[in-house]
Design a protein around this ligand. Structure first.
Ligand code: ZN
Length: 296
């Protein structure tokens, strides 16, 4: 009985992923694709726009031998980009300089992929990883460096609007200083929140109110209780939420309080620790969702 059910789920997923890839192969133009990459405990999101722009938000951790061997840049992001045949990234966004967000970006900066622009929060982290990150940007040819602030609109072409919602000014801590971006394409929108906590969320609620409303929410700070305040979730009011976190991570993420709140809002939750890479594709009206694996 279980086997039969398992087979049926497998078949469903196969059809879904086939439909997704066929759909994209047919008309890459006109589609926006957002993939939440499974980088373990960290964040990394790849976006391709209808006009052919490639955007990478964060890059998971880097290997720091002998303490950790896993390098999200080398083991997840670069193979993913290679498979897609991507040789150029228009905009690379480091939401904030913590190791689980910029670590894996070092390998991307070292690769032969051309990076046109880097957006950085500007929060000065004292880590070697951040120092190396800035050095590599300085050394890479043709890469421009910006520190965007709330209110700026990024032009990603063909009706895709990306607006910076935070920070207006840097906060005292790195997480709250995260770059927050709302991406809109037709009726569908995504809110990328980095690791913002209640302080930055509160500022956004008072500044933008229900303009925060988004179809898909990247739950801030890997589902930590330090973020996802009730008022913020009320204003965002998403249909789907994505939590990017590591399997059996030592922080116990996502926290139960956050899962309970999302359940209360009847939000469909996707998790990279359970479903691997999670891809959303949209033509501005419909939204297709594909996961790499069923629940693990
Ligand atoms: Zn983080």
């Amino acid at each position: 009985m279980m086997r039969k059910r398992f087979k049926r789920i497998l078949l469903f997923l196969l059809v879904l992923s086939l439909a997704l890839s066929l759909g994209c192969a047919q008309g890459k133009e006109g589609r926006l694709e957002v993939t939440f990459l499974d980088v373990g405990q960290g964040d990394s999101i790849f976006i391709s726009t209808p006009s052919g722009k490639n955007i990478l938000i964060d890059g998971g951790k880097r290997a720091i031998p002998p303490y950790s061997k896993f390098d999200a840049g080398k083991e997840v992001i670069l193979p993913f980009l290679k498979k897609k045949g991507i040789k150029r990234i228009d905009t690379l966004i480091a939401t904030h300089p913590d190791g689980d967000h910029i670590g894996g970006l070092l390998a991307v900066l070292d690769s032969d992929i051309q990076i046109d622009k880097v957006l950085d929060s500007g929060y000065r982290h004292t880590s070697y990883t951040y120092r190396d990150f800035l050095k590599k940007i300085e050394r890479s040819r043709g890469t421009k460096y910006y520190q965007p602030r709330a209110g700026q609109v990024l032009d990603w072409g063909d009706g895709v609007k990306a607006q910076v919602l935070s920070p207006a000014h840097l906060f005292r801590d790195s997480n709250n200083s995260s770059i927050v971006i709302k991406l809109e394409f037709g009726d569908i929108s995504f809110l990328f929140t980095g690791d913002v906590e209640k302080e930055a969320e509160g500022k956004m609620v008072s500044r933008y109110g229900n303009k925060l409303k988004s179809t898909v929410l990247k739950v801030s700070h890997h589902g930590s209780r330090t973020g996802s305040s009730l008022n913020f979730l009320k204003m965002v009011n998403p249909q789907a939420a994505v939590i990017s976190c590591g399997r059996r991570n030592k922080f116990g993420l996502p926290h139960k309080e956050v899962m309970d709140k999302l359940a209360r809002f009847k939000v469909k939750v996707y998790r990279t620790d359970r479903q691997g890479n999670i891809t959303f594709a949209t033509n501005g009206k419909k939204l297709w969702i594909g996961t790499e694996i069923g629940d693990r």
